[in-house]
Every structure is written in structure tokens, then in C-alpha cells.
Design a protein around this ligand. Structure first.
Ligand code: ADP
Ligand code: MG
Length: 699
């Protein structure tokens, strides 16, 4: 058995009871877990402070000084112990509230100690509650060189004598035993090429670093390895997918595609759209199974690309479907795709939760006998009752709103799985795309259709609402339309509805009929009522659309030129960017106005500032990830599966790029890892990946 798999209870200083507790509290059950339990910070014990040099009450300091008078004060639970502690520059008070008797007995008045602790301020003077004290002579005999690791612990563990410091001692016991086990698994040529520290050294130094430089080198090696293992998993999966999963070969481009391209397509495709279509075409003709993600900013024209891919399927006698995350969006897609495909005579239908049962039955029937060619819908599409004659391509719009399982069920609609094209709502940061979607092929539409004017974005405080109304009036007089969006958060639903209705009323007063008509759309309305209100706005019968975020995704009204976002400080960046993308779709200059109160957190300030400064969704997604962290950004458990302990998708992008390139090179040269120098790595990977489920197999 591998020594690393030894149960933690056998480690000196643990035993069965604490072993159980370590497992329960920190998830540490064997030696390997403990080895990978890294310090969360390090303190510098090579530096000493003087008492008159204390300036901040926030970090730990180390002082050499003499212990003076000790006093016991108070009685009962209020009993405490104080002591004077002085160096040549001044003196401070030390205080203990617990263990008074034990502390008093163990301290030697008049001796010189090394004090270590965090100063706090009381009545304008520094004092040290519960400092660590070590006799200077003992300290000299057994000095702590360089950085001291600080490990996290829990209250229950601390009560059993396993505070952070004691966990450090466990690692001191563990590491010497593992020196033989920690053999290098990366081949020499990679260690040299990427200038990596040896793996044993890296583990030793990350727990007990000699100095900052050594620590950073150790961390870089371990981060590299984390990314390396992740990329092996993803890229091997991708390779396996290519090799083993067959897909329908769409050999021909026929009249659907060609007629559309020549006669219907209302504009010239952008260079980026053409490139992405070529990438899709290449996948589809080969007889491999396509599993592709299309990334593009709001308004970059993903829908037309999806439609043209669907026409490729139709030309080869297959059906296609498009799944959208909301009913409004599905409706919208349906009406625009219906219009675009009408000249071609394509049978197309819409299936959502509100499709009437007679219509539903007809759709089911036509799907099965193959007369229906394209089905648009919400997740109603993936119900078991929905059966296709021969589904060749499934497009999933606004990717991240669907769970992995939901998408997986699309696969089961056929003998061979349909080709899968997933489209993101807004760009995903590159590091996240490489990790969470690293097993997919990725296409990027990084160009907007020509003639788009940058949307002007302004931040206004609530006190300027009258001016904002004035501006809206001007634009409405010019014939434009306006969105006013209110936040709706589940926890504060009641208040939010009140805000929405109050806002609606004040807009009604400021924009009286008959000159101005107002639509309102929110989640408490039936799908039917929502659709009617939407349509009034789409047709230009209403000038103002007051809504909650139900209009966040996909809604397309080119004549709308102002997006007013109320309480914008309560929205996340990607949501703000999505909402802003609802305007700027026509020829007119468009505006986004972010309303907020004066009270803004630092984080909210950054969000609003970023929105005002840039329209670039790729840049915005990077800022968003920095603010929220990668896990939150995905909104799914996927990023939790990345198993990154040291490496960060926010900070370590460069290391990730290197690791991914490295894995690509290895797999290109030696796909089975059969060569001699790759044997230790192969064994390591087998150990690592043995018990991982293949969650990512499906788009
Ligand atoms: P998104 O990528 O956000 O889904 P859409 O596909 O909804 O964007 O496209 C936004 C708008 O741009 C639509 O009105 C669409 O018709 C238009 N559009 C797409 N591609 C082009 C192009 N190459 N030239 C001009 N307009 C385009
Ligand atoms: Mg879209």
C-alpha cells in the first residue's frame, strides 16, 4: 500500500479519537490529505519589533523584552492577570483572561522573553491579550527560522488540543516519513523546460519555507501540478471523446443552407461569425461528435450562427432543436427564426411550459414522424415524452443557466448522440473556460456586427431621477423606446415588488397617456400576460417597458435606445452587462443609465465604474471573476470539482496556460503515455483520477 494512504490516526500525535475528529472537521482522513492541507498564511518570525515602533494593531509582532510586575485582578469569572513587559524603548501590558493560575505559576518575573502576539489598543495604549512567551534562551536554542506556517483549525479540534499550531506539529511529524515516498513524477525535460522545483522540495518548503523566495517556488510547482492534473483529465477526456464517440456526418451543404445564405441572410456575416461557422462545419462533416462551446459578447450574433448550423443538419435530413433558459427567450428565438426560415419553407415549432396540450400532441407526433424540422423551446424539450425521428443537432443557448444533467439528457434522444453546440450568454474569463469547459472545443466570436455605436453608460444617483426622466422624454419624442429595470431578489421579494410598483406609478405620473404607453413585465404575471406585454413593446405600441430581470437574456428590440437600471448597485456585473446589451441593437446611439443610492460598497463602486468604463464583455468577465471568485461566477457545482487547493483561476492564469500547453504537447507526442520518461507521471495520474466520476463527459 502507498504510504500516503495510511489512515491519519496512525500518525504520531493523532490516535483514533482525534483521527475521527480531523476527518469530520477538516476532511483529513489519510496522510495524503494532511500533506495537501496547506497553510493559509505565513508569519515572518525573522523580524523583531521595538515597543515604541508599534503602529498597527492588526498583525502579529515579535518583541524581546523583560517581564515586570504580575498582578491578579478581579474575582470569579472576571478574574484576570496582567503583567508589565518592557524593552529599552517602552513598556506594554500583557493580559490573560483564562488559565490565570497556570500562566502565573509558569512565568518568571525579571526574565527576558521573546513575545509573539497581536497587539490591541485600549485607552490609547497597546496591550497584548494572551501573547505567546518563550524564554529568550530557549528561543535561541531552538530558533524559528524564516516563515512560520499558520494552519486553519476549528473550535472542536482546538478543544481536543489540535489548534492550528498543533496541526503544524503534525506536519512536522509527517514530512520526514514521506521523504522516500515523494518521488518525482514529472519527466526531467519538463522540470527543466518549465523551471520547476522538485516535488519533494516543493512539499517540504510549502509547509516549512526557508524564506519567501523558496516558498514562492514551491507554490508555483504545486499550482502547476494542480493545473496539470486538471488539464490531463479534461484533455484526455476530449481525446477519448474524439476517438470513441461517433457522430452523424453531415456531408452535404444543400439547398436549405445555400438558399438561406444567398437569398435570405439579411446582412454580411462578420469575419468572426464566418470563422466560427467554418469551425462548426469542419466538425460536422467529419463523422466525429461535435461538442463545441461558442463564446461571444452580447449582440455578437450567435443566433444566426446557430441557425446556419441547424440548416446544415436539415440539409442532411436531420432535425435540429434549440433550447433556451426562459420562455420569453424561447418565444423570441421562435419568432425571429420563424421569420428567417419562412422563405425556405422549414417546419418549425415552439414547445414550452405553456404550450396547450392539443398543440403539444401535434408537436410530439410531427417530431416522431419527421415532418417537424426545427423545434425551439425551454427545458420542456428534454422531457421524456419528446421524441425525435432523427435529431442531428442540439443547440443550447445561454449555457450556464442549465445544469449538466439537463444537458446530458439531450444526448439520449437518439441512437447516436446529436451534435451539441452550446452558446454562452456573456463571455467567460479565459482561465475559467479552459478549466470548466476545457474538454469542449471552444469558438470565440470576438467581433461585433459593423455600425454598432458604443453604448454610452452613465452612473446617476437617485437624486437625479428628474433629469433622467427628462432625458427619457427627449428620446421618446425622437421615437425611441426605453427599458426601466428593477432588481428582484428572492429574499426581499415583497420589498422588491413594492419598489417595482412604486416605480411604475411614478413613471405613469411622469409619462401620462395618451402620449406615452407603458408596458410592465414581472415574474408574478402568467406567461401569457407577459408575452402580450412584451409584444406590445416589440411592436412599438408602448414606449416604456418597466420590468424585473425577466428581460435579462436575449430580448431583441432594436428601436429601444435607453436602458435605465434601478438600484443598479444590487446587480452583479454580468447581469448589468446582459441588461445593457438589450439596447444598442439598432442604428441609433444608445444609453445605459445606472441608478444607485449614495451608499455604495467598494465592490459595488468597482462594478459601476467598470460598466461606465468599458463595453467589452471579455474585460467585464475578468473583473467579475476577480470580484466574485470563479465558483460563484459559474453558479453551479462545476467549479467546485476543479479540486484546486493552491492554484487560483484569478491569479494564476499564466501558470494555467503553461500547464495546458504542457499537457497538449505530451498528449500529442505520446497519447497513451507509453514512453519510458512518462511512466511515473502515468502512474500518478492513474492514482489521481481513479476515483473521480466522469462528470464532465457531457457538454
Ligand atoms: P447574441 O450573440 O447576443 O445572441 P444575436 O444573435 O441576438 O446576439 O444578434 C444581435 C443582433 O445582431 C440581431 O438583431 C441580429 O440580427 C444582428 N446581427 C447578427 N449578425 C449580424 C451581422 N453580421 N451583421 C449585422 N447584424 C447582425
Ligand atoms: Mg442570444
Amino acid at each position: 500500500m502507498n504510504l500516503l494512504e495510511t489512515s491519519i490516526e496512525y500518525l504520531k500525535g493523532v490516535g483514533p479519537k482525534r483521527g475521527q475528529l480531523l476527518k469530520k472537521e477538516l476532511g483529513l482522513s489519510n496522510y495524503s490529505d494532511l500533506l495537501h492541507f496547506f497553510p493559509f498564511r505565513y508569519v515572518d518570525r525573522s523580524h523583531f519589533h521595538k515597543i515604541n515602533g508599534l503602529i498597527s494593531a492588526t498583525t502579529e509582532v515579535q518583541i524581546v523584552g523583560t517581564l515586570g510586575v504580575i498582578k491578579e485582578q478581579g474575582a470569579g469569572p472576571k478574574k484576570r492577570l496582567t503583567a508589565q513587559f518592557s524593552d529599552e524603548t517602552g513598556s506594554v501590558e500583557l493580559i490573560w483572561f483564562k488559565g490565570v493560575k497556570w500562566v502565573k505559576d509558569s512565568l518568571k518575573i525579571g526574565s527576558t522573553y521573546v513575545l509573539y502576539g497581536k497587539p490591541s489598543v485600549y485607552q490609547n495604549r497597546f496591550n497584548f491579550p494572551h501573547p505567546e512567551l518563550e524564554l529568550l534562551n530557549d528561543f535561541k536554542a531552538n530558533p524559528i527560522n524564516g516563515l512560520q506556517p499558520v494552519y486553519p483549525s476549528t473550535e472542536r479540534l482546538s478543544n481536543q488540543g489540535l489548534n492550528g499550531k498543533a496541526i503544524g506539529k503534525l506536519l512536522k511529524n509527517l514530512l520526514p516519513q514521506l521523504q522516500n515516498t515523494l518521488q518525482e513524477y514529472l519527466p526531467d525535460y519538463l522540470i527543466k523546460k518549465y523551471r520547476l522545483k522538485g516535488c519533494r522540495e516543493a512539499y517540504n518548503q510549502v509547509h516549512f519555507p526557508a524564506n519567501i523566495e523558496e516558498l514562492e517556488k514551491a507554490q508555483r510547482r504545486l499550482k502547476f501540478d494542480e493545473f496539470l492534473f486538471l488539464q490531463f483529465e479534461l484533455l484526455q477526456q476530449k481525446q477519448l471523446h474524439r476517438e470513441t464517440i461517433k457522430g452523424f456526418a453531415f456531408k452535404n451543404l444543400g439547398s436549405y443552407f445555400n438558399d438561406f445564405y444567398k437569398q435570405v441572410l439579411p446582412f454580411t456575416l462578420t469575419g468572426a461569425q464566418q470563422r466560427v461557422l467554418k469551425e462548426i462545419r469542419k466538425d460536422l462533416r467529419q463523422g466525429i461528435h461535435m461538442n463545441r462551446l461558442v463564446q461571444g459578447d452580447v449582440g455578437s450574433g450567435k443566433t444566426i450562427v446557430a441557425l446556419m448550423a441547424m440548416l446544415m443538419a436539415l440539409d442532411n435530413n436531420f432535425q435540429a432543436c434549440l433550447m433556451a433558459p426562459t420562455e420569453i427567450l424561447a418565444n423570441q428565438h421562435f419568432s425571429s427564426l420563424k421569420e428567417l426560415t419562412q422563405p425556405l419553407g422549414v417546419e418549425i415549432a415552439l414547445l414550452t411550459g405553456s404550450t396547450k396540450s392539443a398543440e403539444r400532441r401535434k408537436i410530439h407526433e410531427q417530431l416522431e414522424n419527421g415532418t417537424l424540422k426545427i423545434l425551439i423551446g425551454t427545458h420542456a424539450l428534454i422531457e421524456d415524452k419528446v421524441k425525435f425521428k432523427n435529431l442531428g443537432l442540439a443547440v443550447v443557448d445561454e449555457q450556464h443557466k442549465f445544469g449538466v444533467a439537463q444537458r446530458a439528457s439531450l444526448w439520449k434522444k437518439n441512437s447516436l448522440p446529436p451534435h451539441i453546440l452550446v452558446m454562452t450568454a456573456t463571455p467567460i474569463p479565459r482561465t475559467l473556460a479552459m478549466s470548466v469547459y476545457g474538454h469542449l472545443d471552444i469558438s470565440v466570436i470576438d467581433e461585433l456586427p459593423p455600425g454598432r455605436k458604443e453604448i454610452e453608460t452613465h452612473h446617476r444617483y437617485d437624486s437625479s431621477r428628474l433629469q433622467v426622466f427628462g432625458f427619457m422624454k427627449q428620446q421618446i419624442e425622437l421615437g425611441r423606446q426605453v427599458y426601466v429595470v428593477y432588481p428582484l431578489i428572492e429574499e426581499s421579494e415583497k420589498m422588491d415588488y413594492k419598489d417595482l410598483m412604486d416605480g411604475y406609478e411614478s413613471i405613469e405620473r411622469a409619462f401620462p397617456k395618451p402620449n406615452c404607453q407603458i408596458s410592465i413585465v414581472h415574474g408574478r404575471m402568467t406567461a401569457e400576460a407577459k408575452e402580450i406585454e412584451m409584444q406590445r413593446f416589440v411592436k412599438g405600441q408602448t414606449q416604456i417597458m418597466v420590468a424585473t430581470t425577466v428581460i435579462e437574456v436575449g430580448v431583441n428590440v432594436p428601436n429601444a435606445s435607453i436602458m435605465v437600471i434601478e438600484s443598479s448597485e444590487r446587480f452583479g456585473l454580468s447581469q448589468l452587462h446582459q441588461l445593457r446589451g438589450r439596447v444598442g441593437r439598432g442604428a441609433e446611439q444608445s444609453y445605459c443609465i445606472l441608478m444607485s443610492s449614495y451608499k455604495l460598497s467598494a465592490n459595488a463602486k468597482t462594478r459601476l465604474k467598470t460598466m461606465v468604463e468599458t463595453n467589452d464583455g471579455f474585460k467585464i468577465s475578468e473583473v467579475d471573476m476577480k470580484l466574485r471568485g470563479p465558483g460563484d461566477l459559474m453558479g453551479t457545482r462545476q467549479s467546485g470539482d476543479l479540486n484546486l487547493k493552491l492554484a487560483s483561476l484569478v491569479l494564476d492564469g499564466a501558470i494555467l496556460e503553461q500547464a495546458r500547453l504542457c499537457v497538449q504537447k505530451i498528449l500529442n507526442n505520446d497519447p497513451q503515455l507509453a514512453l519510458m520518461p512518462h511512466q511515473p507521471l502515468k502512474r500518478k495520474l492513474q492514482e489521481k483520477l481513479a476515483d473521480k466520476t466522469q462528470w464532465g463527459k457531457i457538454s
